[in-house]
Design a protein around this ligand. Sequence first.
Ligand code: SF4
Length: 479
Amino acid sequence: MTPPEQISFRDGPRDECGVFGVFAPGSDVARLAYFALYALQHRGQESAGIATCEGGHIMTLRDLGLVSQVFDEPKLQALTGTHAIGHVRYSTTGSSAWENAQPVYRSDAREIALGHNGNLINALELHSELTARGVVLRSTSDSELIAALLSTHEAASIEDAVADVAPRLEGAFSTVVMTNDAVVAFRDGAGLRPLALGRLGDRYCVASESCAFDIIGAEFLRDVLPGEMVTLCEHGIRTRQVIESERRAFCVFEHIYFARPDSKLEGRLTQLSRRRMGEILWREAPVEADLVIAVPDSGNPAANGFSTASGIPKDDGLIKNRYVARTFIQPGQELRKHGLRMKFNPLPEIVGGKRLVVVDDSIVRGNTTRQIVSMLRDAGAAEVHMRVSAPPIRHPCHYGIDMSTTQEMIAHGRTVDEVAQELGCDSLAYLSLEGVYEAIGATRETHCDACFTGEYPLARTERAAGKFALEEPAPAVSA
Ligand code: SF4
C-alpha cells in the first residue's frame, strides 16, 4: 500500500520484471548487463541486480532502486566475469523488500543465481514441498522457489535439472539462470511473458525485450520458444524443448502497453502494432473532432494511427513531466488539487475551444483519465472524446502483472456508457478484441487476453495465490 505521506501516480497496469543474460568471455559482461537493464527499466523500477561469474564463483549485487541508483562505476568494475545475468523488478509476488530483489542466489547442491519474470500459480504447493524437505527460503518471492528447486536438484547438469523442474512450474516464467559455466534461459510452455535471443559478435545473449540488444550492439535473432531452454556457454548455444504444451498464450497486453515501442514482439515492431491499433480504433469508433491528442507517452503511437486514418490533425495538448517518480511526496492540501499537474500539464493555447479526441492505451482504475478529462475542460476544450486502444479491463492478471483488484477497475460491472459518465467525457470507445488481434496479425488461440475476457488460458489458474501469499505465517495449500 502507498504510504500515507506519498501520492501514487501509477494508475495503469503495473509493469512486471525484466531479465537479461549474456555469455561473453573477454567482454565487460557486468557493463553489458547494466546497459541492457537500463533499456529494460520500464519493466520494473523497484529493484535491480546483476550477477557475474568469475573463476567459477558467482558474485551478486542487488538493491532497491533504479538501475542508475543501484550501480556505480566502482560496483560495475568489481563485478568481473565471463558471463552475467541481470534483473529489474516490480513485485508481483512478495513485497518490494530487499530480500526479494533479484538475481536470487542459492548454493545448495549447486551454486546458481536466477532472475525471473512472471508469476507461478502453484507457488504455495511448491513452497510446502520445499519446506517439507527442510529447504530454508530467505525471501517471499516465488522466484526463490524456482531457484531452490534448481539449486537443490540432484541431476548432474543444470540443464537436466531445468528439464525436470520446468514442467512442474505452473504459470508464467521467463527465466535466466547462471551457473559457474553457463547461462541457461527457459520460458513457460504457454510463452506468457516475452524472452528474446540475441547475438553479440560470436557470443549470445537473452533479454525480456529486444530493445535491450540495441543498446549493447547485439542483434535480435528470434524469440526463445515457449517451453524452450537455451544454454549460452563456451560452445555457443544449445537448445532443448523442456516443456510440451498445446496451448500457447503470449500476453496480448505486452503488445498494447508493457513492451517498449522499439521492441519486437513475435517478430513485430511494437510501435507499428500500436499505430495500427489507433487506425483500427478510428475505423471502429469514428468521431467528429478538431484535434487528436495523446496521453503521453504511451498513447502516442495509437494517437498517430488515429490521426493518420481519420485525417484529424494531431498535436501535443498534454505535456508530461518526464522526471516524476512512481510515488511522490504528498503535495499538501493547498497543492493537492493540482496533484496530477505534476505529471501532466495541459496547454490551453493548443486545446482551447477544440473538440478533442484523447487517445490512451488502457484504462484500469480511471483516476488519471478522470483528472485528465477535467484538466482539459478547465483548459478550454469544447469536447473531450476518449478513445482507448485496448478493450475494457475487467479481470485480474495471475501471470505476472499487477492490475489492481477487480473492484478498483472502473470497467468492472459498468457498461461503456457508465464508464464514460464516471470519467466525465463526451464519448468513450475502446478498441475491440478483434481489433487488437487484427493489429498484431495474430489470433486468440495463441494468446492470453484474460484481463479483458476473464478466460484464463492455463488450467487451475484460480489457484493462483495473491501477491503476498508467501508472506503469510503459514502458507496453506489449496486442495
Ligand atoms: S491476463 Fe492480461 S496482462 Fe495478464 S498475461 Fe493475460 S493478457 Fe497479459
